[in-house]
Design a protein around this ligand. Structure first.
Ligand SMILES: [Ca+2]
Ligand SMILES: [Ca+2]
Ligand SMILES: [Ca+2]
Ligand SMILES: [Ca+2]
Length: 307
């Protein structure tokens, strides 16, 4: 199961690197007159609305075990369980009344298509809020809205958010990591961590890609815990990856100052002037990022300045 997710992640990472954002490749195949397979593009704006209808129906017909969390606020062994509103549970509060919304966009044909992500906060977490480009130490369970689980990981592992689907990397920024103590046997005990569920349309997931147990155009549900996180500097150039969002649009995957096809967070010479970023940031070591010619563009992003 885990290997399956990794495969997706590698693929998404590849796409992210060549396209700067998580693009969607939209195709289902049909044969034309020459019997050559051609690509039929699903309109992302139509799909986004259709997925939202499905997600809202799901959220209206399901609840989570909020009673357990209210009864034992200090018990961090409790897992989120989602169930249908039926039988003895018919009077539980539906998820739709408990979730929050996050508006996101996905580009199709250079047009920003609105997509809505829903997230449930069972526990907010108390420590650090990750950016959408940091590394997070999480356990998770991924499922479809029919309840079938396509991937799960009980023991936490590190995820580089630059390499996961847009819904996950954006949704997790609504949560904070926790605290930990080291046990006598060297293991860690985590508490106060963020715990929640994200529900997002296929455009923020794998869209037209099907793989294993995930059909094309599947809205996804991720139940997760965020134990801890690290700020990343992917290219080790001295500028944290979240600060390589030069246009300040909240998305560090779409910035390529020197337009060499290598986005800034992976580019160790961001202005392609032959001087590595790390050697241009603060040459006089005064703790202030250098702007030698005073034009408002720091030296490491300014090809005019090489010395
Ligand atoms: Ca940006
Ligand atoms: Ca570049
Ligand atoms: Ca860089
Ligand atoms: Ca440079």
């Amino acid at each position: 199961m885990y290997l399956a997710l990794q495969f997706y992640l590698m693929k998404i990472n590849f796409l992210a690197r060549i396209n700067f954002i998580f693009i969607i490749i939209l195709f289902s195949c049909k044969k034309n007159d020459n019997n050559i397979e051609e690509v039929v593009v699903r309109d992302a704006s139509v799909q986004s609305v259709a997925d939202d209808v499905k997600l809202r129906a799901y959220l209206e017909s399901h609840f989570y075990n909020y009673d357990d969390f209210q009864a034992s606020p200090g018990d961090y062994s409790i897992k989120i369980r989602i169930d249908t509103l039926s039988g003895d549970n018919i009077d539980k509060i539906p998820l739709i009344n408990m979730v929050q919304e996050q508006n996101l966009t996905v580009k199709q044909d250079d047009i920003d298509i609105p997509h809505k992500l829903y997230y449930l906060v069972a526990r907010q977490g108390t420590s650090s809020r990750p950016s959408n480009i940091d590394s997070t130490y999480v356990s998770y369970e991924g499922s479809l809205i029919d309840g079938s689980v396509f991937d799960s990981r009980d023991l936490p592992l590190w995820f580089d958010l630059a390499q996961v689907v847009q819904g996950f990397r954006m949704g997790i920024t609504n949560f904070k990591s926790g605290t930990y103590s080291i046990n006598s046997n060297g293991t860690f005990t985590y508490e106060n961590f963020g715990q929640g569920v994200m529900f997002f349309p296929s455009g923020l997931g794998y869209y037209s890609n099907s793989n294993g147990a995930i059909p094309q155009y599947s809205p996804l549900v991720f139940n997760f815990s965020l134990y801890t996180m690290n700020i990343t500097d992917h290219d080790n150039d001295g500028i944290a990856s979240y600060l390589e969002d030069v246009d300040l649009d909240g998305e560090p995957l779409n910035d390529d100052t020197d337009e060499d096809g290598n986005i800034n967070l992976y580019d160790s010479d961001d202005d392609d002037d032959g001087v590595l970023t790390i050697n241009e940031i603060d040459k006089d070591n005064n703790g202030v990022i250098d702007d030698t010619d005073g034009d408002g563009v720091p030296d490491y992003l300014d090809p005019d300045t090489t010395d």
